[in-house]
Structures are given as C-alpha cells and as structure tokens.
Design a protein around this ligand. Structure first.
Ligand SMILES: [Zn+2]
Length: 195
C-alpha cells in the first residue's frame, strides 16, 4: 500500500514558507477579510507597489495599504518598508501594514515602529491566524492550499511559471523559475531557500 501524500492540516511556518508570492497575497487579503475588513488585491507583482488595499465599507475609500513579501530567502530590509511608506504618503493614507513569510532586519523593525507600520513576520502571522476561530483557520487553510500553491505566478502574465535550468553564464546548471511565455516574457525567479 502506498503511503498517502503528506497533507498540511494546520497552519505552520512550513506551510507559510511554501506559499508562492501570489497565493501569499491572496491569503493575506483573505485574513484581512476574516477579521472583518473589506480588502482587494491589486496585482502589481511580487516586488514593489502595494498588494492589498483595505477599504472603508461605508465609503469604499482605501484606508490602509498592505505590502506582502513571500519566500524567506532574505530578511525584509528597510527599503521595501520605506517604499510602502512613500506610497502611503503620496496617497495620503495613514495606515499601512507589511506581511512577510520570513523576518525583518532590525533597521526595518525600527523604521516600522517609528512610522506606525504594522510589520508582521511569518511567526506573528501564524500566531494571529491561530487566534481565529477553528472555522476561520480552516477556511484560510483551504484558500491557501487549494490547487497548486507552490509554483510561482508570473507577475507580468499571471500564469504559473516553469522550472528551468540555466544553460549558460555564471549560474549554468542552476534551476530557476521562468515564464511560460519566454521569450516574449523574460520574468524569472531564483528558487526560494529550501524550507
Ligand atoms: Zn510572464
């Protein structure tokens, strides 16, 4: 008898670290809805820009900007937090949050504290999810793990990417994610650090 494939039945840092960037954004938006706000994803891409907008239910106006960063290959530094703060200032929006599956550098945490940004790291996000009702946790888990939740999405084309091997250059032999629409789209991602 073959063993059943491993199923992830509860929220854990391992599950969080496996989510591709777009799925992570969707989970953050779903979490914000579960705690009672209106939220929409903005589809700008995995780096830069704002990923989720939180709306005032009465006026429909954006009241909070949320940036997401999946994959914990590197700690989130001060730069993306500064960028989020810049977008908030330009849009005259005072509330902002940053969610990562990984961690922040010390500089980034200080900047977040000084500017009242809610900087949520992977451990904190798990802890907040675990404070939800069992039904809400399950609903989020289902949203997170439905279908292929690990293969990254091309930010330009919105399609799942393909694992390729570099055939020339300095990184010959290394695997990377490339867009299905290459050579029309040259988007690539390095593989995340193994969980
Ligand atoms: Zn593409």
């Amino acid at each position: 008898m073959r063993p059943a494939p491993q199923r992830l039945l509860e929220w854990s840092p391992v599950l969080l670290s496996r989510l591709e960037w777009k799925r992570f954004e969707d989970v953050v938006a779903a979490y914000i809805r579960v705690i009672g706000h209106q939220a929409r994803t903005t589809r700008i891409g995995p780096d830069g820009g704002v990923d989720v907008e939180v709306l005032d239910p009465a006026t429909g106006q954006v009241v909070m900007l949320v940036q997401c960063k999946a994959w914990d290959a590197y700690k989130v530094g001060i730069k993306p937090l500064r960028e989020l703060f810049g977008v908030m200032a330009a849009a005259k929006i005072t509330q902002g949050a940053f969610f990562t599956t990984g961690e922040y550098t010390q500089d980034a945490l200080v900047f977040a504290r000084e500017n009242q940004l809610d900087a949520v790291d992977g451990a904190e996000f798990i802890s907040r999810i675990r404070q939800l009702s069992a039904a809400s946790q399950l609903r989020l888990l289902e949203a997170a793990t439905q279908g292929d939740y690990t293969t990254p999405t091309c930010p330009g084309c919105g399609v799942k990417m393909i694992l390729r091997t570099a055939e020339k250059g300095r990184n010959t032999g290394d695997s990377f994610w490339g867009c299905r629409n290459y050579p029309r789209c040259k988007q690539t991602f390095r593989l995340p650090k193994a969980a």
